[in-house]
Design a protein around this ligand. Sequence first.
Ligand SMILES: Cc1ncc(COP(=O)(O)O)c(C=O)c1O
Length: 399
Amino acid sequence: MLAGLLSKYLPVFKVDIACFYHSITETEISKENLKKISLRMTFTNQFPILKTCTYLNTAYSGILSEPLLNWRRTHDLNFFEHGSAFRLHQAEFLQEVKVALASFFKAEAARTFLVPNFSFGFNTFLGGLNASHRFLLLQEDYPSVNFAVTGRGFANECLPVDAHLEENILAKIKVFKPTVFAFSLVQYINGIKFDAVFLKKIKEQFPDLLIVADGTQFCGTERFDFEQSGLDVLIASGYKWMLGGYGNGFVFLKEEVASRLYQSGQQIAHPKEPFLKDKSLLSLYFEPGHQDTLAFGSLLQSVLMLENIGQDVIESTIKELTDQAKKAFTERGLLHPVVAERQNHSSIFSLNLPEKIYRKLTEAGIGCTFRGAGIRVSFHFYNTAQNLAHLLKVIDQNR
Ligand SMILES: Cc1ncc(COP(=O)(O)O)c(C=O)c1O
């Protein structure tokens, strides 16, 4: 399915490995390394910001590629030149976006919804639940997760994130008996990541508990099979690791939860207008009004790009760099012990360093974020061991 879409929309994104191999066949470099070097060269060409900046800030915002910039220009030129005619096929186009997303994350297109961002999707999901639900949350999780729940007055308890996170969650579920566990798959400040095996285990032990994940800091970093996962709901914004620009996000629902949402809406008469006749009940809630083909088209382009690079290449590149970074940060005592001790961490790190070092990093052209607890750096597939070395050098020189 994605292969068809790739050839239709993405001639511009072909990674020209073959040509690169051809020009240097007589070297000692292994084919595997060659492929990596070739990809790196392609990344710096496709994301020119990487030539001038050590970009370690994807946890804040993904970057825009040149092919995507060109696609967006063409899209708006079309609007400019054709007015309403350019929207004639928007319904089919948005459906293609859903199909591509569902295929990428192994979800069902019929239960995939396009939303402007995570917060909208999550609030809409909560609006479809009955008020008696009890939520288990995590302390210091992203405010759009926790506030959306507490602000609506749902009963809840918040668990601290410590070295025994997984055991604490299981113990808390037994005592508090929540009906929903809502959390970010990767915690936005310290980068602590939930393991897919653990999520499956909770679902097996507590099949009636709804497991609702915010994937904004996760989606786009690893292969993920939603239908096989322990999750009931996955919602994410597309502007970080998916590299889709702003104004797009997505919601995946498992069949059972979809049938339980907006039950009162089932009794209300649907709009009769012909242009709404094909919308499902849940689409009326999650996708009200006109949708932006620039925003969702950008997300489609990004999904095709990630698919073209290869999810396995992305995952292994991030893992390799994350392992190197974690070792170097641990040796320097820059990580919280809870993070240092975890086996499986994301590529987001909060470094225990003062604001004065943040200023030095910025002066040295390193993109990162200062948060009260330290300096947050994050590594995507387009980052390199040289980026890490540059970061460590500036830190070591200024401590
Ligand atoms: C964990 C997490 N979830 C969600 C978001 C973003 O949500 P939204 O795009 O709705 O503001 C962020 C942004 O920093 C985040 O770190």
